[in-house]
Write a protein that binds this ligand. Sequence first.
Ligand code: HEM
Length: 423
Amino acid sequence: MFNQGLSLEQAPPISVPFRFFLTAPIFAILIGVMFLVYPAEVITNRYSNEAIAMVHMFTLGVLSMIIFGAMQQMMPVLAGAPIKRAKLFASVVHSFLTLGTIFFVLKFLYNKEEFLIAAIACLCISFLTFFITAIKLLFKVKYVTSTVNVMKLFAITGVLTTLLGLHLAIAHLTGNITSTHYSFVNIHILLGIFGFAALLIIGVSFQVIPMFYVALDFPKSVQNRLPISIFVLILSYFAFAFLNLDFYIYKVLFAIFFVIYAFHGLNSLNNRRRPVSDVTLWYWKVSLYSLVIAMLNWLFVPQDSSYLLTILFAFGFLFSLLQGMIYKIIPFLCWFHLTSKGYFDIPTIKEVINEDLIKIHFYIYMLSYIFFLLYGFFNEIFVDIAATLFILSNILFLINCILGMKKYASISKKEPLQTFVQS
Ligand code: HEM
């Protein structure tokens, strides 16, 4: 399972990933609030300052937050690369990421330079601390699996996304928005969304889907070739831009790669060796189907606005999957830390977070996702309903995570022997 070869000394303290997982739903709630506060045509217009603020509330406050938290847990487990002084490392990365996200959003909402300077400083500290450490550790790993290779690509695309993001932020600071600015924005988006976020998810799911769901492995050829192909394709954006090649070919290649991933992911989940019911599977399936629909939308629907594509990819594919993953990781970590410390009378992994509450969260999230999509065809009222449901679903997400952690805290306060004797 997830703890293969993992000892308690190697694993970071449980508070390390938990602080990241608890902060993400708070930023997600704020995203919902932004959708309610600002007019729909402003917040969904990708060139508006409000949209840039909201996009980064998601990419920094939710996506990077969950990915950084999960990576600190996964590097020792999946790559055998534990981070030294894990608590200090987590405190630096987490607090500067939180502050950096807040300052970044404030700058684009209130147009104050000081906020952007503070954001640049905080995000530099957080991202560079994280990625420099990750690159150092990952490139030293002796037993290199396909997931380790993808983690390396993720770290490289992460650094490039950060550097380009900083370049764009400085351009805003100095007012130096040149004709090439939007080419840099495009490559920043590609590196951030398809590289930093999607690559990591793809690499981790190569190991996590078969482990968590006792499911089929992805074919070796897919594991070895797909991530590097996506990476090369992202970088070849420059060739397409400078040689004036047809961008439709570029889109087709991306779509083929992501559909191959989704197909094998769904095939693996639909052919589990032990097909027990599990609500977290719903999140994975919605995520993979959304990815396929997003790619078809990108290829075949003329993109007057990228709104539908963004919702399908960000809320449908990325956020659904990350929520499903957190609902697996939190119970597993509670169980792992308690058993490693010698507690015996403890809840099973499935009992740490009440499944019915996870189901309610799933239904509300799905409704909000559907209403967000409907806004693409109808009027503003759909965004208001979607945003309200999105806020509700993330409040429930936060409550569920807190309840799981409280269960852990209440057991770990007792002496290990006490729980054993009571049983
Ligand atoms: C150090 C971190 C980052 C900084 C300083 C930063 C900065 C920026 C800036 C200034 C823009 C606006 C460009 C413009 O339109 O003039 C931008 C756009 C964008 N960034 Fe970032 N970024 C960072 C990290 C990320 C990450 C990690 C992701 C994705 C995972 C991301 C995704 C995007 C997207 C999708 C846009 C387009 C927004 C839109 O069109 O409304 N960024 N970024």
